[in-house]
Ligand binder design. Sequence first.
Ligand code: HEC
Length: 192
Amino acid sequence: MRHILLLSAAAFALTACGGSGDSEPAATSTPAPATQSAPADDPAQADDPAQAATETPTETEDAIEAAADEAETDMSAALAALPAPYSEADLANGRRQFRRCSSCHTIAEGARNLVGPNLHGLFSRNAGEVEGFNYSAAVRESGIDWSPEHLDSWLQDPRGYIPGNRMSFVGLRDANDRRDVIAYLMIETAAE
Ligand code: HEC
């Protein structure tokens, strides 16, 4: 083993020596593009606010990317912990589907009611319980406690599931879209 190491070290030394011989002028030529990425050799330029301005977003972008990576890891762990079939959901699609709700619903804790009530903590409460939101009697008196199954039926046919409610939304016809948005909500509305 030792022999081999010594031999290859010697072979390397030999090639290195050969390279610096008279037949290799290329070794002294300038390493062309590397100089472009080092503009800071001029101190005046380093203080240039424009320069600083271009550096800050890079750092911020790095931080955002790192946070996003971390969030993604958290999200996939949270997803795996959901009951079937929600553990199989496509969360990216769930987030996309939720855009159809977000004109009327917020999900963050304590966020305000819009046209529809805030959905934080949805799966641990009954229909019609968000304070300060003026529900229809139909929803308030529906007696539904929001489970994923009830939500699935609600989103499939809001008008048919609780007749007389005021949510003007046609529903999500595709079962996978419903599964995905429900999984997304199970994670995002979960009370801490
Ligand atoms: C055009 C506005 C609008 C859209 C879009 C909308 N909602 Fe609603 N949503 C409402 C309103 C208004 C209510 C209250 C209905 C009532 O009181 O009759 C409601 C009620 C609800 C409730 C019952 C909440 C509770 O506290 O009992 C849930 C759950 C819900 N919506 C989920 C969704 C989801 C998920 C989507 C998207 C797939 C969605 N909504 C899209 C307006 C909307």
